[in-house]
Design a protein around this ligand. Structure first.
Ligand code: COA
Length: 255
């Protein structure tokens, strides 16, 4: 892989988008590599939590690579958007938590990538924005949908129609960021939390993600009950309960 770095420490995998000279803008190669890496990590039982971040000090991801937008027409434009949507939806559907560690600019496709992750931890230097209208387009990798769900229709409309960038504190206040850390601590603190998550029984974590995703549906409560029942069939459930009652540390198998 040339535009993505992958590092495994314990049960935590870190994906780094690595085109710092272009502020980690997503070109076709980066998107293809990202997709492959995400699919592999999802299947890998040795991985319990994934971090996505950007190389360098300046940017998480400054958007899709604008150079690749030239020449798009109605059909190829829609295909281009669907392609990006698919990759980001693949991230959102992962069975292990994906934490965006937003270390700088998260603009356009970068903001959309962060929103496709399950959680967003951000540096105090992070800046979010959906500047696409300034290029005569709209967010096309899920941004109009995920931003609206995350921060509400009015705020999403304001961000998308003005293209205004917001800083980390505002992102935290409106629910686009979940935690803010000093820039120098972002990765360290994110890894600590990711380690905690990765130490929990993997099946329970995957099922929790599935139940949380059902919050957007009408029968979320029923899904929660069914999924709770599924948890009760696992070895790690038995181990968790037994270890508690025997006053010892559980030895999870992450089945
Ligand atoms: N696509 C392609 N290249 C990009 C890019 C993008 N989305 N964002 C940044 N780059 C490139 C720049 O062209 C520049 O390349 P160069 O050195 O070969 O000229 C390099 O990354 C550094 O960016 P630069 O603009 O010089 O940095 P800056 O600090 O002056 O500005 C930004 C930073 C993020 C404000 C500015 O780069 C920007 O507005 N980027 C585009 C953001 C955007 O519209 N994203 C949505 C795309 S749909």
């Amino acid at each position: 892989m040339s535009t993505i770095l992958l590092e495994l420490a314990g049960r935590v995998a870190t994906i780094t988008i690595n085109r710092p000279e272009k502020l980690n803008a997503l070109n076709a190669e980066t998107k293809a590599e990202l997709r492959r890496v995400v699919e592999n990590l999802d299947e890998d039982p040795a991985v319990g939590c994934v971090i996505v971040t950007g190389a360098g000090e300046k940017a998480f991801v400054a958007g899709t690579d604008i150079g690749e937008l030239t020449g798009l027409d109605r059909v190829s434009g829609a295909q281009f958007a669907r392609g990006g949507q698919e990759i980001f939806s693949r991230i959102e559907a992962m069975r292990k938590p994906v934490i965006a560690a937003v270390n700088g600019y998260a603009l356009g496709g970068g903001c959309e990538l962060a929103m496709a992750c399950h959680v967003r931890f951000v540096s105090d230097r992070a800046r979010f924005g959906q500047p696409e209208v300034s290029l005569g387009i709209i967010p096309g990798y899920g941004g109009t949908q995920r931003l609206t769900r995350l921060i509400g229709r009015g705020r999403a409309t304001e961000m998308i129609t003005t293209g205004r960038q917001i800083d980390a504190d505002e992102a935290l206040r409106i629910g686009l960021a979940d935690r803010v850390f000093p820039a120098a601590e972002l990765l360290l603190r994110t890894r600590e939390i990711a380690d905690t998550v990765a130490g929990k029984p993997g099946r329970a974590i995957a099922l929790a993600l599935r139940a949380i995703a059902a919050a957007d549906t009408e029968n979320g409560m029923e899904r929660e009950a069914e999924i709770f029942g599924e948890c009760c069939t696992t070895l790690d459930f038995r181990e968790g309960i037994t270890a508690f009652l025997e006053k010892r540390k559980p030895a999870f198998r992450h089945e």
